[in-house]
Write a protein that binds this ligand. Sequence first.
Ligand code: 5GP
Length: 195
Amino acid sequence: MKRGRLIIFSAPSGCGKGTMLAEILKDKRYRCSVSATTRKPRENEKDGISYYFITRKEFEQKIAENAFLEYAEYCQNYYGTFLSEVDDYLEKGTDVILEIEVQGALKVMQKRPDAVSVFIAPPTIDELRRRLKKRGTETDDVIEERVSRAEREIRQAKNYDYIIVNDVLEDAVSDFYTVMRAERLKSEFSDDIIK
Ligand code: 5GP
């Protein structure tokens, strides 16, 4: 059985990552790994589906047990990817998407050089700010904090294999499939044709 591909998928807040992933995951070849976090669940989030919601003590216990492929602290909370969420599925041939922030992404790139990394960028910073304001869920101060965090993350985009600009959702999803198709062709190409 062919092993699945490990896909790192990062985007600053307000880049439409959630909407893009919802589209991509309609294709059953892909599975999104469920991370552990110490942050409190938001309304509509379910344990074991959105995240594994665990305490700091439990998280630190899992770190000691080497249960994580990577973990990072983000806005005073831990977030981490369990190895068990990744390798069993790759083994079965499923492509596993890690929806993780930049620090964790850089760690996975080092540990798993075969991972394909994709950074989702907004068309412009003004557009990012406009989208965050449109959501209407944050105060102006929080919006500016998110914008400056996004600027820091965008500076790391060049470390990823691919950058997709999410201007029009359908185009961004189609760009994602193009990247995956190119990767598949590269790994499946055989020079048997010249023998
Ligand atoms: P949120 O609290 O909004 O769900 O997520 C905050 C940030 O944590 C997002 O950028 C998200 O991509 C990132 N994140 C979610 N799960 C993980 C994980 O397992 N590891 C790392 N490093 N980041 C994660």
